[in-house]
Ligand binder design. Structure first.
Ligand SMILES: [Zn+2]
Length: 471
């Protein structure tokens, strides 16, 4: 007999419905929703006063991620990163695989898989990163990975060592169309970014906050436009990660309006923090350094608007944690770029905060309702990345990844209380009134009342189906 778990007394919320129901779990799957008065169970989870939602799906994390030059690595490994995710109510992550120059894609994938399988506490998938040197042989390996469930590939249009040219975009998007793969782009014109960086350096403008000046809005807009143009030319859909600029959102909206299948993601840091927060800082500005950069405050409302209107479809985090101090057991972190912004490792933490801060600013703040919230953080990313209906929904047959959400919690976000290895939190001091009370992954209670109950390695690899790009 599989173990039976009953989530009792809560209100189930999906992108379309909200109703009182108990949730019955047998083994790893949800088997029934309804009045559970007659259902017996080995474990009862009390959801009184709580909302019961699908576990969060974050399709943009960088755990155990080496920089392109191989000189540094993120502070979080697959264990600390997924523990942090679980505490925040996220039960699925999709991370990345990048091959070293001397390594094949398939080999790189196997090594990442081994490391993740040994450490993750929640389920995970991978997006392979298409290398700048990719040709037929690489795309054949990538196609093999797609058949093993890596059904989205990432193309970087910026970053030395990772930036692909138009030839790779054309050939790659064509292979995506043939293989049923969703191409994802980091949309910044890397040549413009490199040029702006050089001009700042030759003018001795090397301070940490100048990272912002090196990454213009128009460099992001141009890359979105070019990626859409190439995708359209070869008959592929397109997913634009971390949309940070109003200009990029407008570009996406323009092509959606004529029914081109382009989708956008944004991240909490672009909605809730701004250039004004770090423009006046010294080294501490490095805490905010990520690409595209965190932009001017005036830009934020335009991104919220794009979320409200559906121009942006998902909320990921781009969680890439680095520390402001330099622990002995980690390769160079943010201090590597002290006084010289090009050397600051790019990335910010956030996998644990995503649901809480978006709940507070989005739902409590009156920008959208709970249904839109569930769609943005769980259902839509599951659909777009081939995980639905296994993940992202509470339906009989789905994995029992369930978030019991207390909408009356009173919690203050602090670095002292979070579980990533980052030593700062961008939302330090923010008071939030919604918070996970219990988090279940495939029927296991992984976090309950602030305690972790998940051994390293319980997370499983998710072989993903092809993207569902229907709206
Ligand atoms: Zn990223």
């Amino acid at each position: 007999m599989p173990k039976r778990t009953l989530i009792r007394g809560g209100e189930v919320v999906t992108p379309t419905d909200r109703f009182r129901a108990d949730v019955l779990i047998e083994g790893e799957r949800i088997t029934a929703l309804g009045d559970g008065a007659q259902w017996d169970a080995d474990t009862i989870v009390d959801a009184a006063g709580c909302l019961v939602m699908p576990g969060g799906v974050d399709t943009h994390t960088h755990l155990e991620h080496m920089s392109a030059n191989g000189l540094t690595r993120t502070a979080d490994d697959f264990h600390s990163g997924t523990v942090s995710a679980a505490f925040g109510g996220t039960t699925t992550i999709v991370d990345f695989v990048r091959a070293r120059p001397d390594q094949g894609m398939y080999d790189a994938f196997q090594r990442r898989l081994e490391s993740a399988e040994a450490q993750c506490v929640v389920d995970f998938g991978f997006h392979p990163i298409v290398p700048p040197t990719a040709g037929d042989a690489t795309f054949d390996e990538l196609a093999r990975l797609a058949r093993e469930g890596a059904t989205s590939w990432k193309f970087f249009m910026s970053y030395p060592g990772t930036m692909v040219d138009d030839r790779v975009l054309i050939q790659g998007f064509r292979r995506c169309a043939e293989e049923g793969v969703l191409p994802m782009v980091h949309a910044e014109n890397g040549t413009l970014v490199a040029d702006a960086t050089q001009r700042l350096l030759s003018d001795n403008q090397t301070a940490e906050h100048q990272h912002h000046a090196a990454h213009s809005h128009v460099a992001e807009r141009e890359a979105v436009h070019r990626a859409v143009t190439i995708a359209e030319s070869v008959g592929s859909p397109l997913f634009v990660v971390h949309v940070s600029s109003r200009l990029a959102a407008e570009e996406i909206a323009r092509h959606q309006a004529r029914d081109f299948a382009v989708f956008g993601e944004t991240c909490p840091q672009y909605l809730l923090t701004s250039y004004e927060d770090y423009a006046g800082l010294g080294f501490e500005a490095a805490a905010y350094v990520c690409s595209p950069p965190i932009r001017e405050r005036a830009n934020q409302e335009d991104l919220w608007h794009a979320l409200q209107t559906g121009v942006i479809s998902t909320l990921g985090t781009d969680h890439a944690a680095f520390t402001l101090s330099q622990p002995d057991d980690l390769p160079p972190q943010k201090p590597q770029g002290r006084g010289y912004f090009p050397k600051i490792p790019n990335g910010v933490p956030g996998v644990e905060d995503r649901l809480m801060v978006i709940w507070e600013a989005g739902v409590v703040g009156g920008r959208f309702d709970v249904h839109r919230f569930v769609d943005l953080v769980a259902t839509r990313p599951a659909k777009l990345f081939g995980l639905y209906p296994r993940k992202g929904t509470l339906t009989p047959g789905s994995d029992a990844d369930v978030l019991v959400w207390d909408p009356a919690a009173d919690h203050t976000i602090t670095a002292a209380g979070h579980h990533t290895r980052a030593d700062y939190n961008l939302y330090e001091g923010m008071r939030v009134s919604g918070r996970p009370r219990h988090v279940l992954s495939r029927g296991d209670i992984v976090v309950s009342d602030g305690e972790l109950h998940a051994p390293a390695g319980r997370g499983r690899y998710l072989a993903r189906a092809t993207s569902d790009t229907s709206r």
